[in-house]
Design a protein around this ligand. Structure first.
Ligand SMILES: Cc1cc2nc3c(=O)[nH]c(=O)nc-3n(C[C@H](O)[C@H](O)[C@H](O)COP(=O)(O)OP(=O)(O)OC[C@H]3O[C@@H](n4cnc5c(N)ncnc54)[C@H](O)[C@@H]3O)c2cc1C
Length: 406
């Protein structure tokens, strides 16, 4: 054992949630360590990196970190629709650059980054979390903390030792190649649905500028037992449907990851600990996107942790406002998105062909609100006025009923 170091706030993980938590905790005046098991931040990429231009502006992501997207194509076995927009409102991130930008900001704010530091579990004082045990480059190391922020993503390495927190039973698994392709429409992302592309989920092609794309397959568990890497290999080899339009595909870097898909089932605050990002289940299940939530609630978790550490009260009641506030913002949206996802998982190929006819009627605004799961009563009202008697109302009804059940 290489002795223990003491901090106000120890953040586990230097993904978007962890680096954001470390930044805001350090800005809040706390002595902060953030611990990353990999040898460098984002050494391994486990995400496709699609996000939204409003989030990019909100978090000050610099222009060299993303490629803008303004058209959204959907393909089913026998149907195809492209929603076109006048300006880019989505973007594909250079994930490594973005995550390193966030980690660098945390370090500039005074947080100490420990890479190559694998957290193995929590130190406890009574029922409270009091720090973490880790295996570092130079041996075992303990980090004592007034507050631990668990931002270790799907693994939830600290939280999984807390009574009442169960392993994720429902989750998504994705496999992706970053690749060079011969013919790429740089402005348009593709989502491909139906059994040929994914048995329970979807495949995607996300352009990164020039001839570079990310081609991937996501599969919901336990809905299907198939490994997405296997399905992806088939797609790259046989290039069914629109994939043939890409011409020759030359893979360059493989990505593989897991994301919780269970909605907001976990309590995210305990004595001495806060969870943020995937460890708290803060992701939009419709298209399995969580980066913007990880950053937003990472920032909130870090500020809450710093205040709790300084006040000397890091009990659950003292930090509960963090949980109340993120739930108020996104819990009902996530619940509603899960209901739409349930409908989508039940569609066969013919059902998907029909679903695309519904999407054809969406304006770009409606489509983007939908995939972002930005559902609210305003959204329902707008949809009812724009599509008073069409099939779009089936989806509208599903969303409306789900929101009413809150
Ligand atoms: C295939 C796939 C595609 C996706 N595509 C998108 C997308 O296009 N857009 C989008 O918004 N979201 C997407 N997501 C979801 C998104 O990646 C997550 O919501 C987001 O990464 C959550 O951020 P996080 O910081 O909570 O966790 P992570 O990004 O998982 O970061 C956790 C960090 O903790 C570190 N860590 C883990 N265990 C330990 C430990 N024991 N000790 C120390 N460090 C540890 C990890 O190495 C990692 O750096 C996708 C997910 C998958 C699986």
């Amino acid at each position: 054992m290489d002795g223990a170091s003491s901090y106000d706030v120890v953040v586990v993980g230097a993904g978007p949630a962890g680096s954001s938590a470390a930044y805001s905790a350090a800005r809040g005046g706390a002595k902060v360590a953030f611990l990353e098991r990999e040898g460098s931040v984002a050494a391994t990429v486990r995400t496709s990196g699609v996000t939204w231009m409003d989030a990019i502006r909100e978090f000050g992501i610099t222009g060299d970190c993303y490629h803008p997207i303004r058209n959204y194509a959907f393909f089913s076995p026998n149907n195809e629709v492209t929603v076109r927009d006048a300006e880019p409102r989505a973007a594909v991130l250079n994930v490594r650059k973005t995550y390193r930008l966030l980690a660098g900001r945390a370090q500039d704010a005074g947080a100490e980054l420990f890479t190559g530091t694998n957290v193995t579990g929590a130190m406890t004082g009574g029922t409270a979390i009091a720090g973490v045990h880790a295996v570092a480059k130079d041996g075992m190391k303990d980090f004592v903390a007034k507050v631990v922020v668990d931002a270790s993503g799907f693994q939830s390495v600290v939280a999984r030792g807390v009574p009442g927190i169960k392993r994720w039973g429902m989750f998504g698994v994705g496999a992706e190649w970053e690749a060079e392709a011969e013919n790429v429409d740089e402005d348009t992302w593709w989502l491909l649905v139906g059994s040929e592309y994914s048995p329970a989920g979807y495949a995607w092609v996300f352009p990164l500028g020039g001839n570079t794309v990310r081609i991937g397959v996501g599969i919901a568990k336990p809905a299907s037992t198939q490994d997405p890497a296997e399905k992806l290999q088939q797609l790259i080899e046989h290039r069914p449907g629109p994939l043939s339009r890409l011409g020759k595909i030359s893979p360059t870097e493989f990505h593989y990851g897991l994301i919780p898909n269970e909605g907001v089932s976990r309590k995210s605050v305990h004595d001495g600990m806060i969870m943020a990002g995937d460890s708290a289940g803060q992701a939009n299940p419709l298209v399995l996107e969580g980066i913007r939530y990880a950053i937003r609630y990472g920032l909130a978790a870090g500020s809450t942790a710093a205040r709790a550490a300084q006040s000397g009260d890091a009990t659950e009641p003292a930090m509960r406002h963090y949980e109340e506030s993120w739930r108020k913002e996104i819990a009902s949206k996530i619940r509603t998105a899960l209901r739409v996802q349930e409908r989508w998982l039940g569609l066969d190929d013919a059902g998907w062909d029909a679903e695309l006819d519904i999407m054809r009627e969406f304006s770009a605004d409606e489509f983007l609100d939908f995939v972002k799961a930005d559902f609210g009563l305003g959204y329902i009202a707008r949809m009812a006025v724009s599509h008073p008697r069409t099939a779009v109302n089936q989806l509208g009804r599903l969303v409306r009923d789900s929101l009413r059940r809150r």
